[in-house]
Each structure stands twice: as structure tokens, then as C-alpha cells.
Design a protein around this ligand. Sequence first.
Ligand SMILES: Nc1ncnc2c1ncn2[C@@H]1O[C@H](COP(=O)(O)OP(=O)(O)O)[C@@H](O)[C@H]1O
Ligand SMILES: [Mg+2]
Length: 348
Amino acid sequence: MNALFGRHCAVVGTTGGGKSWTVSKLIESITANTDNKVILIDATGEYHTLKSKSFILGTDSYFPYQKLSISDLFFLLRPTGQSQRPILLEAIRSLKMVKISGKSGVKIKSGQEKEKFHNYYQEHIAEIENNDCDFDITFLTQQIKAECVYQNGGTFTSPNVSIWGGEDAKTYDYQTSLISRITDLINTEIFNQLMGFKNSPTIHTSLIDGIDDFLRSEQEEDSILRISFENIPSSFSAKEIVSNALASYLLHKARKKFFEKSPIILIIDEAHQFLNKSVKDEFFEIQSLDAFDLIAKECRKYGLFLCLATQMPRDIPIGTLSQMGTFIVHRLINEQDKKSNGECGFFS
Ligand SMILES: Nc1ncnc2c1ncn2[C@@H]1O[C@H](COP(=O)(O)OP(=O)(O)O)[C@@H](O)[C@H]1O
Ligand SMILES: [Mg+2]
């Protein structure tokens, strides 16, 4: 038990080496010997026989997109730096303002007074810039179009700087790839099911509500929560982004000292699928999917512990790996994997 409480733990080894077996044994002894809770991220559904409260993401539950952070959303949509990023940010701000004002639909800018808009923005700035995605994403492509206007109204020789000008077709042209990515994302049924883009009534339970219920519950059978990612496709890096958002949610709870009295062990089997470095590396923006990293660095004192199982330690960000206090090492064949453990001081 000391290997799991008070520090983070990594279970490494080659496929078939017995990592999942070890994880099951760890869970068994946590629940048999302590009152602490386990949240298990099950990549493939292999733990379906485990006695636990279970959610299968995209099937019986969804992760509400409103709970993604803006940077999570940027990872999904991958706007290009110069031409798409600022427009996307403006569109999000506008849609948040629409939502805050209790209305619905698109905020038209062309021909509208800038000052009124800016005043409203200043008044609600904290809510607008709170970094979550609480706006109606079904209007996002239309809003992007509405953002593509000339800075000033009037004519070229006598501009009217107090209002926005007409449609700027050239700027809008640059948005094509972003718009098709958004359309693709929210119209693909599995992503809609996974993140509730269209608020379709066919789906069921919000995972966030499910987690809150689980954390609140004092029933004995509510000591393990299994979240299965078995039905989530790898496109759009959805696994990495949703698991990062989930980790972020737990990180915020931990920082608010929610787990100090009753620690949580967050177990991620097949962790390389969720903490994949390459997703980060290929995206050049400063933001990163760093929730697991932050948990690894900060959360021991808050009672939130990580247990990562993986056959590919080299795919786990080195910062996260170096925070691991306990290693349970099964057979490693690959030289690079051995080296990766060595870098953490394990075999050195
Ligand atoms: N200590 C053990 N005793 C008995 N069987 C084991 C043990 N460890 C692993 N196994 C069995 O070996 C197989 C592979 O183990 P598994 O935990 O799935 O490996 P991994 O997760 O590392 O790929 C499974 O069928 C598992 O039941
Ligand atoms: Mg396994």
C-alpha cells in the first residue's frame, strides 16, 4: 500500500508481461484494505469484469464539451497560427457573449457598433475569459464567418471607425480548413456522442455528473469507478484530449483540497495511448495537454495519486515519468524502454 499512497506509481513491462494483472491486484488490495477510491481509465474495456461503477464513454455517457478548456478545444480543432487562431478566439468570445446575454445564435458584427460590443465584453470579461467552452458550438462555423469582416465601416476614403465593415472574403477564405474540421467533428456521430455537441437526447449521462456522484457516494460498492475509452476512435486525438480534460477536472478538484481526507488513485492502463508525447510535439502552440504532468508534479500533497501502466515508457513525457516514486517493472525487451527507465534512475 505504501507503494501507492504518498507517491505515484508506474507499472511497466512488455505486452503480456502481466501489467494489467498487477493493476487488478493493486485495485483489489486498495479496496480490501483501505477506504480510498480508485478511478480507472480503461483504454480497451478489458476490465469490464471488474466489480465497479462503470461508464463507457460515447456509449452510455459523454464528456460535455462545455467542460473542455479552450486549449483542449484548440487541440481538437488545430487552427493555424496566423490566420485562423485569432478568428477562432474572437468567434468563441462572441458566442460566449451571446450565451451570457441569454440569447442564442450568431453575433453579427458587420455594420455593428464596436463600442457597444467592447463595453459588454469588459463588463463580462471574467466569464468570457474563464478558459472553458461554455458556448453553443453548433453556431461556431457561422460565427467564424461573422468574424470575417473589415475592421472599419464606411468607405475606403471616408472610413467609419466606430462600426465594423462588410464581409472580408479573403480572410474568410483562410478559414476553409478550420471550418471543414469543425463541421467534420461535430457531425461525426461518435464525436457527437462522445462530447454532446448537439445536445442530442439519445445520450444519457454526463461523465462529470457521474464522477461527482461517485466522489460524493459513501456506499462501499462505489469505491471503484471505471471509465472505458473502448469506443473512442483515435482520430482528432480524441483519447488524449478527453483524458486530459478529465485529468484537468480532477486536478482542479485536488487543488481545492477535495481529496485531502480521502485520497484518490487515478490508474491509467495503456497510458501511452493517453499521454502520448507526439500529439503535443506535432502541435506547435505553447499550450499543451499537460494535466497529467501537473497532477504528477503537484498532487501528491493533495491526495491525488497517479498509477500509470504502459509497455512504452518512452512515450510518456519524461517530466511525468520522473515524478514516479514507485516502479513495478515487468520484463522490458525494447532497448529504448530500458533506457527510458534508466533515465528515471531506475536501472542506472
Ligand atoms: N501473476 C500472474 N499469475 C497468473 N497469470 C498471470 C499473472 N500475470 C499475468 N497473468 C496472465 O498473463 C496474461 C497477460 O497478462 P496481462 O496482465 O494482460 O499483461 P499486460 O497487461 O502486461 O499485457 C493474462 O492472461 C494474465 O491473466
Ligand atoms: Mg495490459
